[in-house]
Design a protein around this ligand. Structure first.
Ligand code: BES
Ligand code: MG
Ligand code: ZN
Length: 506
């Protein structure tokens, strides 16, 4: 088990772990350390400054490891550059936390003591998040025996974060909660990273079913016939070409009896593999389309976190899970589909499948649950990558207050999102001559036409749509961040859990 604690300096034996000292690039004389004579004695830091060891260190993320002799004892020190201390923000603290973990993993130091380059509780929370998130490993297919998962460094890692005074840090920071959220991110990353021959719609549903072990969670899995009987022909059509039948995963978390306890509904796109179908994709990097289930995995991660944290709120997750394959039974360009809410869709490209399954799930969520808000998460458009790149997700909605709230939370969590406009001109682009709408809107503004399509299925419920095509996994252009190892990022979970905590009913 990972063990993270906040300790006052007197309770820590600095000889017992890697001792991390943050160095501000503009504060190389270590004034803040000098205040603590006990540390200074042990570190004998002056000697190092005068020997010029600190040259060039202090730059953000740069670090050197020193081994010092104190009598007959060795002290291991990591001098960690924090850059310009005035420019530190929560994401930088998160990255520093990750750098500490990755370095200690590289050196196989299982105990770490972090001294104070942080000041507020939020700083420390971010450091803890970074410490944990960076140690995620997807290694379950690396061994030649399926029953043998190699132990990860994370499972046997112990960190003490020290405070010099008896500040409130210890009481204010809920370490267990942060670790829980990070482990929910691990769960989502595991699912999203899993290959498409392992996680098909049925396997995803089985994984969701395991959430039922948690308090207040109930899981329903609808099979192909049930989906058909409900009239969700968007989901049925997209899933038709695959041998693996579609599933509709519904996870209800009920933990509020307050009168305004209307649920918040979360919808996540889970295309366990997107070949494009008959409008088949080019083969180059098609393997990455295993990540096309990321929206659904994010939503499952959120539900897992809620279950663990016991947040007093009602939330329903609806995850349409399908595989988009080309075959004799596939849906085709030219098909016209009558959707769950009765609207008809002319299919002009079977690769624009995400909006079809989301549309049914959104309309169903609204009809069945009359939610307070509805949020959806989807790796929906390549156009979002062109517009915003691979470090910022797009957000589009019909309620600016809701969107602004989410954008401002994302500034703290480091899961960057940027609002795109749902301007009415885009609706004209998806008008069809033969149906209510068509499923593509031409080459321009692809992320917005996709959202305009979805807006036909949300009526006037406050709604926000996250296009996570660029941010759900690390790809071309993704900034190197210690806390996002290669592969799935679990993007969105931390922001939405924060949002839901702030929206609790009691
Ligand atoms: N899953 C893709 C979107 C995608 C592409 C996400 C690349 C991440 C990386 C989606 O189903 C899709 O294929 N969208 C098409 C829509 C187009 C046909 C209107 C796209 O973006 O090309
Ligand atoms: Mg597609
Ligand atoms: Zn897709």
């Amino acid at each position: 088990m990972v063990k993270i604690s906040i300790e006052s300096v007197d309770n820590v034996n600095i000889f017992e772990g890697l001792f991390v000292i943050g160095l501000d690039e503009s504060n190389k004389d270590l004034n803040y350390l000098k205040k603590n004579t006990k540390l200074m004695d042990a570190l004998n830091t002056h000697k190092f400054i005068h020997e010029g060891h600190l040259e060039n260190i202090g730059k953000f993320g740069k670090n050197i490891i020193l081994y010092m002799n104190d009598d007959d004892k060795i002290i291991k020190i990591m001098l960690l550059g924090i850059g310009d201390g005035k420019k530190l923000n929560e994401d930088k603290f998160r990255q520093l936390g990750g750098i500490i973990s990755l370095k200690s993993k590289e050196l196989n130091f299982h105990n770490v003591i972090i001294s104070n380059f942080y000041s507020s509780p939020t700083n420390v929370e971010s450091i803890i998040e970074g410490l944990v998130l960076s140690l995620y490993e997807f290694n379950k297919f690396k061994e030649d025996r399926a029953d043998k998962s190699p132990p990860t460094f994370y499972e046997n890692y112990s960190v003490s974060i020290i405070t010099t005074d008896d500040s409130n840090l210890k009481n204010e920071i809920e370490i267990g909660k942060i670790v829980n959220i990070c482990e929910a991110v691990f769960y989502a990353r595991d699912l999203a990273n899993s290959p498409p021959n392992v996680i098909d719609p049925n396997a995803l549903a089985n994984s969701a079913k395991t959430l039922e072990k948690m308090k207040n969670i109930h899981v329903d899995i609808l099979n192909q016939n049930q989906i058909k009987d409900l009239g969700m022909n968007g989901i049925i059509s997209v899933g038709k070409g695959s041998e693996n039948e579609p599933k509709l995963i519904i996870v209800e978390y009920n933990n509020s009896t307050a009168s305004k306890g209307k649920p918040i509904v979360l919808v996540g796109k889970a295309v366990t593999f997107d070949t494009g179908g008959i409008s088949i994709k080019p083969s180059d990097r098609m393997d990455e389309m295993k990540f096309d289930k990321s929206g659904g995995c994010t939503v499952l991660g959120i539900m897992k976190a809620l279950g663990n944290l016991d947040v007093p709120i009602n939330v329903v997750a609806i995850i349409p899970a399908v595989e988009n394959m080309p075959s004799g039974s596939s849906y085709r360009p030219g098909d016209i589909i009558r959707m769950y809410n009765g609207k008809t869709v002319e299919v002009l490209n079977t690769d624009a499948e995400g909006r079809l399954i989301l549309a049914d799930a959104l309309a169903y969520g609204i009809a069945k649950y009359s939610p307070k808000y509805i949020l959806d998460f989807a790796t929906l458009t390549g156009a979002c990558i062109i517009a915003l790149g691979t470090n910022i997700a797009g957000i589009i909605g019909n309620d600016d207050k809701l969107v602004s709230k989410l954008v401002s939370l994302s500034r703290i969590t480091g899961e960057k999102i940027w609002q795109l406009p749902l301007s009415e001109e885009f609706s004209d682009l998806i008008k069809s001559n033969v149906a209510t709408i068509k499923n593509i809107g031409g080459r321009t503004g692809g992320t917005i036409t996709a959202a305009a399509f979805l807006s036909h299925f949300v009526s006037d419920v406050p709604w926000a749509h996250f296009d996570i095509a660029g941010t759900a996994w690390t790809q071309d252009g993704t900034a190197d961040k210690s806390y996002n190892p290669k592969g799935s990022t679990g993007f969105g979970i931390r922001t939405i859990v924060k949002f839901l905590e702030e929206n609790q009913d009691q």
